[in-house]
Write a protein that binds this ligand. Structure first.
Ligand code: FAD
Ligand code: SF4
Ligand code: SF4
Length: 492
């Protein structure tokens, strides 16, 4: 088949995702739910692209990945070149291919979506880079020359790791400090294995270490050093600490036992998957097995909680969300997966109170545990200034949902980073995120930059990667400007 005949095949070839495991099989374990494309299928699916002159997929990808080009190269069987194009704009294409909400980004804006269903961009991206790993095309970021300047990065999530790779490639000595024992941030301890297997993250961290990036785990800035200490140690510092303060519910009974923040629940589950001992899971507290579980919230975190509870063998799993399906912030694809796996969605309903009682068979117990969620039906009223319809209570519509375990997934706010870091001069926005000048990515402190969720609020991995790359460029410009004569001498 001639090259041109390999493309524009969306009329003849239907959209096909890689094979998906059956819901029954998925409920039994935490493995990813999609198989890999076979080469012929990847080529065929990539060939559905109509090679748009103005590719809306690319415009709506936060990294502006050159999607039409790598689809064409894949369709032609030129996978190594496809990989080179794909990795030029994305540090973790196989991760984004797995977990980007493509229905809201690239695929949701694919022009053939209307009438023919979009090109399966994410699955092809994952296929290209997984193949590159298999074939040994993915290489550590070894610089052509050392610049003898160093950058300290606080936080080893996607923003910090993307910046680390970009800076190391340029020749900086890069030190990543993270308060956890493993790197990867929310990709390791937040996002469950069935969306992103942990070895996919770990092999990236290992690759950076091979390239000379120095990781200091169990190092908490604010406890083990101040920001000023790190600023003295490095020519520039990047803050990429993410957002972790869980939003809470103010309602009668909210202090009852067995009501948990989502991250406690997900971190325990991810740690168990990694083989750690987790006392609060091992004694049954954070394990959903045989329980009626109610998850409150409608974002990605809530979807991850309900699907984790299903896999842990919960008796029933319900998701309570105050808006309707069309207005939920999470990916529609994730809702569909959750429904397939047996999760029940209770749309347009919000918690009013938590009802407690003595734990079953322990009448003399001192503490009461949650036994039900008292909820009320909602309707969508007029839109607020953001254009979103505001949910309103329907009086007299209260009902109870039995619950042995309640998980709160209502979103995250930033911690008080200036206070924790002993750096009151760091400016913050009215949302508590760190204030930067978006043209330079620099904070109010000279030589201190910030990127990822701590700047934009809870967001997405792909935006964190984009910010990390921008920050790396900005740091390079800053250091080059400041130390131009010394760097020029090093280059000679
Ligand atoms: P993080 O990933 O949070 O990394 C920050 C790092 O900083 C952490 O490792 C932390 O330990 C470290 N740190 C914090 N404070 C300190 C300190 N004082 N000293 C040293 N280190 C510190 N996005 C998607 O695109 N797709 C998804 O499917 C998806 N699912 C999600 C599911 C859940 C449950 C959650 C919570 C988020 C999800 N997200 C998803 C969002 C995504 O994970 C984040 O937007 C992204 O990880 C942000 O990257 P980051 O590097 O800014 O921060
Ligand atoms: Fe789509 Fe995300 Fe890949 Fe961009 S990075 S092409 S948005 S899957
Ligand atoms: Fe191809 Fe769709 Fe992108 Fe057009 S919008 S270039 S059809 S993937």
């Amino acid at each position: 088949m001639a090259t041109t005949e390999k493309m524009l095949r969306f009329v003849q070839v239907e959209q096909q995702m890689p094979d998906k495991r059956t819901p029954a099989a998925r409920r039994q374990d935490f493995q990813e739910i999609y198989a890999e494309f076979e080469q012929a299928r990847a080529e065929e699916q990539a060939g559905r692209c109509s090679q748009c002159g103005v590719p809306f997929c690319q415009i709506h990808c936060p990294l502006h990945n050159n999607i039409p080009d790598w689809l064409k190269l894949t369709a032609e069987g030129r996978l190594e070149e496809a990989y080179e194009v794909s990795q030029a704009t994305n540090n973790f294409p196989e991760i984004c291919g797995r977990i980007c909400p493509q229905d809201r980004l690239c695929e949701g804006n694919c022009v053939i979506e209307k009438g023919f269903e979009s090109v399966t961009i994410g699955s092809v991206e994952k296929y290209i880079t997984d193949t590159a790993w298999e074939k040994g095309w993915v290489r550590p970021p070894t610089p052509r020359r050392e610049l003898h300047r160093s950058v300290g990065i606080i936080g080893g999530g996607p923003a910090g790791l993307a910046a680390a790779e970009q800076l190391r490639r340029k020749g900086y000595a890069v030190h990543v400090y993270d308060r956890y024992d493993r790197l990867g941030g929310l990709m390791t301890y937040g996002i469950p294995n069935f969306k992103l297997e942990k070895q996919v993250v770990q092999r990236r961290v290992d690759l950076l270490a091979q390239g000379g990036v120095v990781f200091q785990a169990n190092f908490e800035v604010g406890r083990d050093a101040t920001l000023a200490n790190l600023r003295e140690r490095h020519d520039a510092v990047l803050i990429a600490t993410g957002v972790y303060k869980a939003r809470d519910i103010q309602a009668p009974g909210a202090g009852l036992a067995n009501i948990f923040p989502a991250m406690d629940y997900l971190t325990a589950s991810n740690r168990k998957g990694l083989g750690d001992k987790v006392a609060a899971f091992d004694d049954g507290t954070l394990d959903a097995r045989d329980k009626n579980v109610v998850v409150i919230g409608g974002g990605d975190t809530a979807m991850d909680c309900v699907r984790t509870a299903v896999r842990q063998g919960a008796k029933s799993v319900k998701c309570l969300y105050r808006r309707n399906r069309a207005n939920m912030p999470g990916s529609q694809r994730e809702v569909y997966h959750a429904e397939e796996e047996g999760v029940e969605f209770v749309w347009l309903a919000a918690p009013e109170a938590f009802i407690g009682g003595k734990p079953a068979g322990r009448k003399k117990a001192k503490h009461e545990v949650v036994t039900a969620v008292r909820a009320v039906r909602m309707r969508l009223g007029v839109a607020d200034s953001s254009g979103r319809q505001v949910p309103e209570k329907i009086e007299g519509s209260e009902f109870n949902l039995p619950a042995d375990m309640v998980i709160k997934a209502l979103g995250f706010d930033p911690e008080d980073i200036p206070g924790l870091f002993g750096a009151p001069a760091l400016g913050i926005t009215r949302w508590g995120t760190i204030k930067i000048d978006w043209r330079t990515m620099m904070t109010a402190i000279d030589g201190v930059f910030a990127a990822g969720d701590i700047v934009r609020g809870a967001s997405l991995v792909v935006w964190a990667v984009s910010d990390g790359r921008d920050a790396a460029e900005a740091i390079d410009t800053y250091i080059a400007g400041k130390y131009a004569p010394a760097l020029a001498a090093a280059a000679e």
